[in-house]
Each structure stands twice: as structure tokens, then as C-alpha cells.
Design a protein around this ligand. Structure first.
Ligand code: NAD
Ligand code: TYD
Length: 333
């Protein structure tokens, strides 16, 4: 099987490429990635000379390039996106271009060549939950509240429409917050770890009592693997980690793991339109495909902290590179 992975140089995409090449010796992967600020070929260094792996630099909005790559692949697994909520608030344009138009370009090509298409999406399309609301599931109505989640919701609708209108063999997954190796250090967990390692403060938005459902990235990759091999065409699968925690719990846990103290915590201005709580009911993928998270949050955080300690060059290059200017402007991070 030849898989066209879009966004394979990003956090989850690169973990997925690792997963596929390490699990299936006979599979090939083409990684199409524009190498935006979030794309990093260091994540896939060990496959540079692997005949089963090919990197192509380009945008998913480039019709000709996309068409040629889709034509030679058996399946598209689509990760490429602008993924950071804070950036979507300060500059939504690129989110519409990549997440909506880019997905449309891929779909048109998949339709032309009648290729299997898996769309990687987020639980943020469902909006925000109150403390006693039931967790999101596949029947929850869409209610996106940030430009990021609205762009992902739009792309989900487009993908689903191609199933109903053109019988394109698609599946969609809506996953909760991931964490783990290669996580770009603008997101909460890697930001907290790397700031603490640098002796800096950690910014906590608002009261820090917002809740996220955390999933170790390798478990997400296993779930996508199950869906592309055994999922029912036209279906959506919600993927979660059964690990709901308040942000402040996460921050304090990392402080403990690194042997620091809570004076590092700095409460800062809240994010605009900040969703209070996300949680996922993943019983459909559990019952139909046998998926269950295997890495507990405590174990996953330990592994992640260790990974960042062992890979200082990786994140220091990012923090001192072109990303620095943006990074510095955000809440004095
Ligand atoms: P990321 O920001 O780390 O990586 C995105 C990758 O896409 C980068 O390598 C970037 O260079 C590439 N890219 C961006 N625009 C592109 C374009 N126009 N053409 C080609 N490549 C382009 O993102 P991530 O956290 O790995 O998320 C991957 C996918 O998973 C996204 O679709 C996101 O919505 C979804 N998702 C993420 C999470 C999470 O917790 N991070 C949770 C659920 C779903
Ligand atoms: P983030 O990692 O940006 O993921 P998402 O917004 O997609 O859930 O943020 C996770 C949570 O952490 C979210 O509630 C916002 C909060 N947060 C902070 O409190 N401080 C920070 O510096 C960041 C980046 C996020």
C-alpha cells in the first residue's frame, strides 16, 4: 500500500509516518508538506534514506502537484492544517486557505482518481461543554467557536459531502488533544515543559480551569491505522483519551515531574472565546474497531517530559529560529 500523508512533517503527521513505516515493512509513504513554521524534517530524519519513504515539499492547495501525488497513491491520510487556535485568532486567512481550500483541492483529486480518503479532524468542531454535559460523540451537532475549529468543521462537511454526492470512499476522525514527542512548543504541554527547562514562567490562560481530554499521540496513530484498514466507509469516528483534566492540573503535574515549584505559574489574560471543556465518548471506535488508549496520562506525561529532556537541540532550534518573533509577542512567552 502506498499512503499519501499530508502534513507528515508536523507533530501528529510525523508520528503517524513513524508508526506506519515501523509497523508495515511493505508499505510506502509519500509525505506532502509545505514546511510551514510547524513542519520540521528533523522529525523524520531516520527515514531520509529509506526507499519506502519520499518527501515532497509543496502545498495541498497546489492542484497540479496534489493531482500527480494522489494519482500514484492508494489512499490519502490528510493531516496538513494550520492547527493553533491562538494563531487563528490573530490571523485566520491562512486557516481558511489551508484547512478549507486545501482539503477541497485534495478531495477533487481523490474524486478524479477515485481514491480512499481519510480526514483527520478535531473534537473542537463540536464547540464547548459545560461541566455536567455529556461528552461529544459522533452525533453531537457542530458548533465551532474559533476560526481554527470553524475551518476544520467546514472541511469535515466538505469531506462528508463527497461521500454522499460522489460516493468517494472517505472516513473522518475527530480526536481530542494530543501530546507526545515532536509536539510543537507553542501548544500547552510542550510549552510548559520547555519553558520550565529554560527556567521561564509558564503562562496559564484565565483561571486555568478549562478542561481538555488528553491522548498520547501514538494512541491516536493506532486509531487512525484501525480506521484506514477496518473503518466503515462514510463513517466518522470520535477518538479520545479518557483523560479529562483541568489545564492547571497538567501544569502542576509537569512542574512536579521536573522537580520545579509552582512559583513558575503565571496567570495571564484569557484566550478570546476560550472553550471551557472538551471530552470525547469514544465507544463507537472501541466497540466497532477495538480501539482503546494504551498509554495513561501519567505515563504519557512522564515519557513526554523525558523526550523533551533528551531532545533539547530539537526544541531549542525551534524556539531560537524564525518562530521566535511570533513566540516572543505572545504573553511574553
Ligand atoms: P502541526 O501544526 O504540528 O502540523 C501541521 C503540518 O501541516 C506541518 O508540518 C505543516 O508544515 C503542514 N502544513 C500546513 N499547511 C500546509 C499546506 N498548505 N500544505 C501542506 N502542508 C501544510 O499540526 P498537528 O498538531 O500535527 O495536527 C495535525 C492534524 O490533526 C490537523 O489536521 C489538526 O487539525 C488535527 N488534530 C490535531 C490535534 C492536536 O491535539 N494537535 C487534535 C485533533 C486533531
Ligand atoms: P492548546 O495546546 O493551544 O490546544 P487547544 O487550544 O487546541 O485545546 O491549549 C490547551 C489548553 O491550554 C487550552 O485550554 C488553552 C490553554 N493554554 C494555556 O493556558 N496557556 C498556553 O500558553 C497555551 C498555549 C494554552
Amino acid at each position: 500500500m502506498k499512503i499519501l500523508v499530508t502534513g507528515g512533517a508536523g507533530f501528529i503527521g510525523s508520528n503517524f509516518v513513524h508508526h506506519i513505516l515501523d509497523t508495515y515493512p511493505n508499505y510506502e509513504v509519500i509525505n506532502l508538506d509545505a514546511l510551514t513554521y510547524a513542519g520540521n524534517l528533523e522529525n523524520l530524519k531516520e527515514y531520509e534514506n529509506d526507499k519506502r519513504y519520499r518527501f515532497v515539499k509543496g502545498s495541498i492547495t497546489d492542484k497540479e502537484m496534489v493531482d500527480a501525488l494522489v494519482a500514484e497513491s492508494d489512499i490519502v491520510v490528510h493531516f496538513a492544517a494550520e492547527s493553533h487556535v491562538d494563531r487563528s485568532i490573530s490571523g485566520p486567512d491562512v486557516f481558511i486557505n489551508t484547512n478549507v481550500i486545501g482539503t477541497f483541492v485534495l478531495l477533487e483529486s481523490a474524486r478524479k482518481h477515485n481514491k480512499r480518503f481519510h480526514h483527520v479532524s478535531t473534537d473542537e468542531v463540536f464547540g464547548a461543554l459545560g461541566p455536567d454535559d455529556e461528552a461529544f460523540n459522533e452525533n453531537t451537532k457542530y458548533d465551532p467557536r474559533s476560526p481554527y475549529s470553524a475551518s476544520k468543521a467546514s472541511s469535515d462537511h466538505l469531506v462528508r459531502s463527497y461521500f454522499h454526492t460522489y460516493y468517494l470512499p472517505i472516513t473522518i476522525s475527530n480526536c481530542s488533544n494530543n501530546y507526545g514527542p515532536y509536539h510543537f512548543p507553542e501548544k500547552l504541554i510542550p510549552l510548559v515543559i520547555t519553558n520550565l527547562l529554560e527556567g521561564k514562567k509558564v503562562p496559564v490562560y484565565g483561571d486555568g480551569l478549562q478542561v481538555r481530554d488528553w491522548l498520547y499521540v501514538e494512541d491516536h496513530c493506532r486509531a487512525i491505522d484501525l480506521i484506514i484498514h477496518k473503518g466503515t466507509l462514510g463513517e466518522t469516528y470520535c477518538i479520545g483519551g479518557a483523560s479529562e483534566r483541568e489545564n492547571i492540573w497538567i501544569v502542576k503535574k509537569i512542574i512536579e515531574l521536573l522537580g520545579k515549584d509552582e512559583s513558575s505559574i503565571e496567570y495571564v489574560k484569557d484566550r478570546a472565546g476560550h472553550d471551557r471543556r472538551y471530552a470525547i465518548n469514544f465507544s463507537k471506535i472501541k466497540n466497532e474497531l477495538g480501539f482503546e488508549p494504551t498509554v495513561s496520562l501519567e505515563e504519557g506525561l512522564k515519557r513526554t517530559v523525558e523526550w523533551f529532556k533528551q531532545n533539547e537541540v530539537w526544541w531549542k532550534n525551534i524556539k531560537s529560529g524564525s518562530y521566535k518573533e511570533y513566540y516572543g509577542k505572545q504573553y511574553g512567552k
